[in-house]
Design a protein around this ligand. Sequence first.
Ligand code: 9WN
Length: 430
Amino acid sequence: KEQVEADNLPRSDIIARSVTILRENDFGGYTIPAKGLYPYQWNWDSALVAMGWAMFDEARAWEELETLFSAQWADGMVPHIVFHRPCSTYFPGPDTWQAGSSTHSSTGITQPPVAAISVRKIVEGSGNREAALRRAAALFPKLMRWHRWFVTARDPEGRGLVATLHPWESGMDNSPMWDEALAAVPVDPIPPYVRKDLGHVDSAMRPKQAEYDRYLTLLYRFRAVGYDPAQLYHMSPFRVSDVCTNSVLYRANRDLRWLALQLNETEAVFEIDSWLERARAGFETLWDGSAGIYRSQNQLTGTLIPAATSGGFLPLFAGVPSTDRASVLADTISRWADSVRYSVPSFDPADVRFEPLRYWRGPVWAIVNWMITDGLRSYGHHKLAERVIRDTRTLTSSSGMYEYFNPIDGAGAGGNNFSWTAAMCLMWLD
Ligand code: 9WN
């Protein structure tokens, strides 16, 4: 380990490499996650990447978010992918989704709502707060509409937790969290399709065919009802309370509330307060004290999902747990970290389904580490946060700015020169 750590790049190299990656993945107002593999604008990628841009080019950071919101749907939803230009290297693309706003072609589902978190970070880091607040003020009503959409379209029954209707919406596509819920989705006789992802990366690092068949089945069913949110909530054969999405939304609501106060938007503050209060009750139902982690829930069966994943630590990022509970979570993170070489694995390393190389079933993700460390720091767990940051720095320095990393041997996996990995490296230089 010392050997690898000795290879850590100096600060100036990290900056140079990260900036180069963002610039090379800049397609004019939006940043693609990685060349070839992901050629469009992804929702939560863009919001996270905007924070990276803000470290050296604030105007470009605002542009990233403004471009994302230019594709907002009339009902308030902000889609998970915006197809700004045709491209044949990704499947499923615009021809399969057949969705969008009046101006933009997009998917018909969403992703964890990071944007408001990003807006606050950019404003707080800005050298010209007044100008930054003007840019933020223009985004504010759009952010409100998106968050309101979550509450109305995805929590119509008032559970305090919003529903995720497709594994792609969770951003943690093939996480073991979704195994049972996804297995219960029947595979329809869907049109034959060719996966493009396998032309870019090894199949051992990607979701399996059985999962893709169900991802596509859901897509075609949603498309058949024109992505009407009222119908989707009731007819989707996959409906979960994802602990990651709900944590990101809770944190985003706190940051949006902060922005509302800056902008003297008093009514909005009250509205956001009601969302936060409802969600606090919802989170209580996800806590598993005996395992020391938050879980996701299958809304269709009512069961708490047994798989413990790194998403279960994200209520720390939200600021939801009490300090006692935060310490329990920190202990669980330490235990996981002790059982691998690089923290934080995306799935419990003690679980038989743990796979160190397969996407969301074990590998380390820099963005999740960023959220976890931000949460740990806010609860005063600085030593553990530093350990996670050090591990991520070692991984990115020695293996490259990969999409994700093997927690056992540190090998980079998935796409290389990855935008959000580069952005997180810039964030940690703070
Ligand atoms: C489907 C872009 C996206 C991330 C997701 C990650 C992966 C896409 C895919 O890549 O998902 O949206 O084709 O695998 O799971 O979190 O936003 O980086």
